[in-house]
Structure formats: structure tokens, C-alpha cells
Write a protein of this length. Structure first.
Length: 155
């Protein structure tokens, strides 16, 4: 994540103890027309103090699915830290960053290539507006652009 942020020309935030993550074994995340929520990033503001982020991820996923979900949720924390987390198409943007990670795995890790390819295929076929259509619109527009964070800031 740090390498991608720096390739976009930004400094990776020094979260310190402000970012925590945990596994949720109860599986009580939202289940709605978007499907089962696999992770969640709760951002808490503290007046003039820096924000804190608590990421929870559903337990019992395959390692690559866990990593994909963690990258998506870390992108929520990152965009909130940069004060651009409320932009339109934010879920699609977080999926875009997770896609970049999966693409990297697909291209560089022969042992996980097939699994990454299946995950990418699911993303490309997702019919949900925010997670599917918005993701594909952003991917079509940006490709693998190093200016993704700058683009989001301007939307």
C-alpha cells in the first residue's frame, strides 16, 4: 500500500496507533442488495485531533480474499486521511485499488495467478452500481495511472 501511495506522488500517512484492524468472527456485517459486507472501516473524528480508523474484516476468508478486502478498507482509511473519502464513487475507487493489487498478484505470483484471475473476473462482472459499475468506470478512465489519488481529489 505504501509503495502505491508513494507512486501516486503522495506521502503515506504515519497512522501510528490511529489505525487498528481486527477479524470479525461473528459475521454480523451488513447483508443487503449489495451482498455480504466482507470488511468495514470505521472512521472516528476527535475535534481538532487526528482521526482514528478501525478496520474489521470477516473471518474465514481465503488469504487472497482477505488481502483484497484489507486493501479496499485501507483505501477507505487513506482517502479519509487525505480528506477525500466522501467523494462520489468512493466504493468503486476502493475496489480499483484492490484490483491493482490483484493485478500485481496475477502478474507476479504464479502460485496465486489463477485465484487472482478469478477474483478480477468477479469484480469485472459485479452488477452492483457502486462496487461494479463505478469500479469499471474508474478502471476504464485511469487504467494503472499513478495519478489516481490526484484524480480522486479533483472529482
Amino acid at each position: 500500500m505504501r509503495g502505491w501511495v508513494e507512486s501516486c506522488g503522495k506521502d503515506y500517512p504515519g497512522y501510528g496507533g490511529r489505525l487498528t484492524w481486527s477479524l470479525n468472527r461473528d459475521g454480523e456485517f451488513t447483508m443487503d442488495d449489495s451482498g455480504q459486507e466482507l470488511g468495514h472501516c470505521a472512521t472516528t473524528t476527535h475535534g481538532d485531533e487526528p482521526k482514528t480508523y478501525n478496520i474489521q474484516i470477516l473471518c474465514f476468508m481465503r488469504p487472497l480474499s482477505f488481502q483484497q478486502t484489507l486493501i479496499h478498507e485501507l483505501t477507505h482509511a487513506l482517502t479519509n486521511e487525505f480528506r477525500i473519502g466522501d467523494k462520489p464513487k468512493i466504493e468503486g475507487f476502493c475496489n480499483y485499488v484492490a484490483y491493482l493489487y490483484l493485478k500485481h498478484v496475477q502478474d507476479s505470483d504464479p502460485a496465486r495467478q489463477a485465484e487472482a484471475s478469478r477474483a478480477i473476473k468477479r469484480m469485472m462482472e459485479n452488477t452492483n452500481k457502486e462496487y461494479g459499475e463505478d469500479f469499471r468506470d474508474i478502471l476504464d478512465f485511469l487504467g494503472a495511472s499513478a495519478g489516481a489519488l490526484t484524480w480522486l481529489s479533483g472529482t
